[in-house]
Design a protein around this ligand. Structure first.
Ligand code: AHR
Length: 510
């Protein structure tokens, strides 16, 4: 009996600490990880805009500039947010941009029918958003209203924000206080046209898209990047029809939306979840690799030179709202599970950087997998924020293929790959390696042989915590934060890493 127990324990130790090996050719990268895959999304939904980004100029003690919270702007600047999508989401197809310009007191109200039925006073509009993007240093990505708008309305929005000469719309912009155009490049033509954007079939929407795109004019300083409303998860027919029916000279990107939700009827709590729920969330998150591969295969058939980008402009974890909060506001906590989800998803985007050239995490503040949560004057950064910040070293760097067979993370009779990894080399020659140990129970030993260059030092940071469910609160804002990582060593061009259970690590090699 004693011998059996010893043998069993020995097997566990070997299983937990088995060497996972890989080779990294640091001179063999060919695609760039577009910084725009690090984009974010801000919808008129719950407390994302109102209370999150924007508190108005009067009656608030919260430091702001023109009503925009300075603490949030500061946090997003540090994140190096490359682009910000607005005003939706489902809200975009109910939004009439002319309601949101001109004197605020005179702006009409509308009802936000998708999100809580609240009254939208349009106090945060086009100028507010585009000026805020300038403060953050992010490029704006405007979602046009196709579902309940008109071709003229969208074409005039383009003229209002982008035209430098004399025209009814540019004159109106000037009257409203903005002399120079903002030169907005990224435009979504509708959102989820198969659902909240109008319940259209793909063939019908493709025609509508062609019509809208025809009347959106380029301007001298803004060559438009037009993005078709895309598929939901595995709706491959949608992508097929977009690629087949829309001439590629009027299409720069096709969207894809995929949320890591366990079950739409039973999403589960964001912070109080079981290991089974963690496993299921990660199954849905890792499915992103297969989804992108299959959508990209269809795109390759019509566009072998990969001119049209796949734009994953909504992704992230989606759970039950926090108890006692408005179900229409989608306010959820954010834990180590979300950090693992974010790291693994970004690694998937890196791997597909030849086709995925833009993405937007849903959503920036107080909604779904937010990077920032606010409560009146208080603001906290979530574990997802920290991962996005640690990973921003990959923005615009050359992708270096890296595949580590890290064994499996097993739960019951099911399994997932335990390690998610990716690497890149920046313009200064620094190599960054991102490692995620999805396994919540076992430490992983990793050994990577570096070829194509000599590397003498390694440094890095880790994000982890005692439990998967750990998160930051307004009382304990720094419960989960990155710290220096000491369990990596480099000798004879071999990188050795001891990766704790449920952790995200980003290393820099010189
Ligand atoms: O991000 C929340 C919602 O999810 C968006 O409004 C919509 O596009 C998607 O269904």
């Amino acid at each position: 009996m004693k011998t059996y127990i010893s043998l069993f324990l020995l097997l566990i130790v070997i299983g937990a600490s088995a060497q996972n090996t890989a080779v990294l050719n640091t001179d063999l990268g060919s695609t760039i990880i577009d910084k725009h895959i690090y984009g974010h999304f801000s919808e008129h939904l719950g407390r994302c805009i109102y209370g999150g980004f924007y508190v108005g100029e009067s009656n608030t003690k919260i430091p702001n500039t023109q009503g925009v919270r300075l603490d949030v702007v500061d946090a997003l600047k540090k994140l190096k947010v490359p682009n910000l999508r607005w005003p939706g989401g489902c809200f975009a197809d109910t939004y009439h941009w002319k309601d949101g310009v001109g004197p605020k007191a005179k702006r009409p109200t509308i009802v936000n029918t998708w999100w809580g039925g609240v009254t939208e006073d349009n106090s945060f509009g086009t100028h507010d958003f585009l000026n805020m993007c300038e403060l953050i240093g992010a490029e704006p990505y405007l979602s046009g209203n196709v579902g309940s708008g008109t071709v003229q309305e969208l074409s005039e929005w383009v003229q209002y924000v982008n035209f430098d000469g004399v025209s009814p719309m540019s004159n109106w912009r000037k009257e409203n206080g903005r002399e120079k155009p903002w030169n907005v490049k990224f435009w979504g033509i509708g959102n989820e046209a198969w659902g909240c954007g109008g319940n259209m079939v793909a063939e019908y929407y493709a025609n509508i898209y062609r019509q809208y795109a025809t009347f959106m004019s380029n301007s001298e300083k803004a060559k438009l990047f037009r993005i078709a409303s895309g598929a939901s998860s595995d709706d491959y027919h949608w992508t097929e029809v977009m690629m087949r029916d829309i001439p590629h000279n009027m299409l720069e990107g096709i969207a894809l939306h995929h949320y890591s939700v366990i079950d739409w009827g039973k999403k589960g709590s964001a912070a109080d979840f079981s290991e089974q729920q963690y496993f299921q969330t990660m199954q849905r998150a890792l499915l992103m690799d297969e989804l992108i591969t299959k959508h990209a295969t269809i795109m390759d058939k019509y566009d072998p030179k990969k001119k049209v980008a796949l734009v994953v402009d909504e992704w992230g974890g989606w759970y039950d709202v926090e108890p006692g909060t408005n179900p229409g506001f989608l306010f959820q906590q954010n834990t180590i599970r979300d950090a693992i989800l974010a790291g693994a998803t970004l690694n998937i985007f890196h791997k597909h950087s030849d086709r995925v050239r833009m993405a937007n995490l849903a959503q920036t503040v107080n909604v779904l997998q937010a990077v920032v949560l606010t409560d009146e004057e208080k603001m906290i950064l979530t574990p997802t924020y920290h991962v996005m910040e640690m990973y921003n070293v990959h923005q615009d760097a050359t992708y270096l293929p890296l595949s580590i067979s890290g064994g499996d993370y097993t739960f019951g009779s099911e399994k997932l790959p335990a390690i998610s990894a990716s690497a890149s080399k920046n313009k200064a020659g620094l190599v960054h390696v991102s490692l995620v140990n999805i396994d919540p129970k076992n430490v992983k030993e990793i050994s990577i042989e570096l070829r194509g260059g000599k590397y003498a030092s390694v440094s890095g940071r880790i994000l982890t915590s005692a439990k998967l469910q750990d998160h930051n609160t307004f009382e304990k804002p720094d419960a989960v934060k990155p710290v220096a990582f000491k369990q990596a060593s480099l000798s004879s061009n071999v990188l050795k890493v001891t990766l704790p259970a449920h952790s995200v690590v980003v290393l820099e090699l010189k």
